[in-house]
Write a protein that binds this ligand. Structure first.
Ligand SMILES: C[S@@+](CC[C@H](N)C(=O)[O-])C[C@H]1O[C@@H](n2cnc3c(N)ncnc32)[C@H](O)[C@@H]1O
Length: 243
């Protein structure tokens, strides 16, 4: 897969045999097809573009989506908190466009497996296409309501990003390996609180609610200071472990 980066840092995924067009000009398909990663190509308006290999974040930024997607600070915390690694088995719901499912697939590698449930057929189709286009084969998209039951067992992580996730915590407990993690993403605090209380009642351990606040710094000639604007809130993360 190749990506083109323009002088302003804007990026676009390239398709073989398709010319590139933007306000900075056109680059012909044969020029792009023969360009190697790291090469520079010029448009007919004499603007320079760099050919880059996209990583998972570039791909997710540019992929098709019909709903909001999880952002990097929250995805990173799920991966780090649960110690997900090569060979892990993951259940994920709802898939949405597949942002965290792709990250799970990327981390668990060829020996791991991701089962991702999406209730809406149109969203499941978009996610399947995104996953195919990324070229990863260890993710299975299931067009299913996860509340009808979790088919898999011996799971290391079950991640839930859907309304009233606590309704299926008993099923989650059954499907998890001992030592496995339940992780919930909840935009609203009452959903996080109920998740905490239900997990506690069912006998989960190491239960925590976390909110991550990310603030960038800006480097100016006068000095360095926090940016005025930041992501105020995305969601709460609830973690609970089966022991
Ligand atoms: C906010 S989106 C998920 C975003 C996604 N987790 C990501 O990585 O960007 C929530 C998704 O959950 C799906 N959903 C809601 N209830 C569901 C259920 N019971 N089973 C499966 N999917 C469900 C919705 O259709 C929607 O696509």
């Amino acid at each position: 897969m190749k990506m083109i980066l323009d002088e302003r840092g804007k990026k676009y995924i390239l398709k073989p045999g398709v010319e590139f067009q933007s306000d900075l000009g056109i680059v012909k398909a044969d020029v792009l097809d023969s360009a190697q990663i790291g090469d520079e190509v010029k448009s007919h308006l004499d603007h320079t573009f760099k050919i880059v290999k996209p990583n998972i974040n570039d791909f997710i930024d540019l992929m098709d989506r019909r709903c909001s997607i999880l952002i990097k600070k929250d995805i990173g915390q799920v991966l780090a908190h649960t110690g997900l690694g090569s060979g892990s088995r993951v259940v994920d719901a709802g898939t949405g466009a597949g942002a965290i499912a792709l990250n799970f697939g990327n981390v668990v590698g060829e020996t791991g497996r991701v089962y991702t449930y999406e209730i809406r057929e149109d969203f499941a189709e978009v996610a399947k296409k995104n996953i195919d286009n990324f070229g990863i084969t260890n993710i299975e998209v299931k067009n299913r309501n996860i509340k009808d039951g979790i088919d898999e067992d011996n799971i290391d992580l079950i991640f839930l990003d859907l309304p009233k996730p606590y309704e299926i915590f008993e099923d989650v407990m059954d499907s998890l390996n001992v030592g496995g993690w339940l992780a919930v993403y909840a935009p609203y605090i009452d959903q996080a609180e109920t998740s905490y209380r239900v997990a506690k009642k069912l006998g989960f351990y190491d239960i925590e609610i976390i909110e991550l606040l990310e603030r960038g710094l800006e480097v100016r000639t006068q000095g360095v200071r926090p940016k005025t604007r930041m992501v105020g809130h995305s969601g709460y993360l609830v973690f609970a472990r089966k022991l």
